[in-house]
Design a protein around this ligand. Structure first.
Ligand code: SF4
Length: 283
């Protein structure tokens, strides 16, 4: 298709996340992981792995799922949000051609995960960048992994549209979902949508093990009233749902000092009035 042909000028709307990027032929979406090609928006990070490690499962963080075991953790590149404090910005905000990647097909990744069983590996975790901007890779790998009896874990910001989330739900055995803050205003600042993440948590919790993480960032997600509202919301799904409150350290474009530890304890006490399992992280 020539760049000047009428078809090339048409805009295609990406259906995968709530950003709904409008792309012309050849354009790359906000996440840098999808591109308009031949009239559809395809994943350009499929098979491309930037980070690979056999991690303790507690590092995801998952504290109540296969405790003491390890999980083969993989990341690619790209993200659909724009958090100024991103802890993994080197891969999350990377351009497709600016980052070295190793090509690993789903079947090969499952083979690697199986070969690590003797080292205590229980499955595969899709993590580090936002894995669901390339949900096809997660879906295809998880399908094979489930057949082989492996656990499948997704660590995500939850900004996936319902249609694609529903496709993944039967394939994923545990989720850690970032609830970045509990106000629409904060979510707008980060380029996301609070209601979408809440809906992802609700739906995932109906199918699989779910833990939620809130990175407590000064001035964004450290308000006590919002923490109370967040805890009440999570308790309305299940008071046993684990909430990780993790300490923020300045990264990427953020300049605020690390979260005050006394404040973290205060927020944990507030959340603990509604939830049975509130865990502090990075302290
Ligand atoms: S997945 Fe990427 S290309 Fe698609 S709407 Fe979201 S940010 Fe845009």
């Amino acid at each position: 298709m020539s760049a000047n042909s009428p078809a090339a000028q048409l805009q295609i709307v990406c259906p995968v996340c709530t950003r709904h990027c409008r792309l012309k032929e050849g354009d790359i979406g906000f996440c840098c992981a999808r591109q308009a090609k031949n009239g559809e928006v395809i994943s350009i990070s499929y098979n491309r792995i930037t980070a690979f490690a056999l991690d303790p499962i507690e590092k995801k963080p998952l504290s109540f799922f296969r405790p003491g075991e390890k999980i083969l953790s993989v990341g690619s590149f790209g993200c659909n949000m724009n958090c100024y404090f991103c802890q993994n910005y080197d891969i999350a905000r990377a351009k497709p051609d600016s980052i070295p990647t190793r090509y690993i097909a789903p079947i090969e990744l499952v083979g690697l995960a199986l070969s690590m069983k003797d080292e205590g590996n229980c499955g595969i975790a899709f993590t580090y960048n936002e894995p669901l901007v390339s949900y096809e890779y997660v879906r295809d790998t998880a399908e094979i992994a489930r057949e082989q009896g492996l656990e499948t874990v997704v660590v995500t910001n939850g900004q996936l549209t319902t249609r694609f989330l529903e496709e993944l739900l039967p394939l994923i055995t545990a989720w850690n979902i970032d609830l970045k803050a509990f106000s629409e205003q904060a979510y707008r600042r980060l380029g996301g949508d609070l209601e979408t993440t809440k809906e992802t948590i609700r739906r995932a919790a109906a199918h699989a093990h779910v833990e939620v993480t809130t990175l407590v960032v000064p001035g964004l997600s450290d308000d006590s009233k919002e923490m109370e509202a967040e805890a009440k919301f999570l308790a309305s799904i299940d008071p046993q749902l684990p909430l990780h409150l993790t300490r923020y350290f300045p990264r990427y474009r953020s300049t605020e000092k690390a979260t005050d530890i006394a404040l973290l304890h205060e927020l944990r006490d507030i959340a603990s009035q509604h939830l049975d399992r509130v865990i502090l992280g990075n302290v």
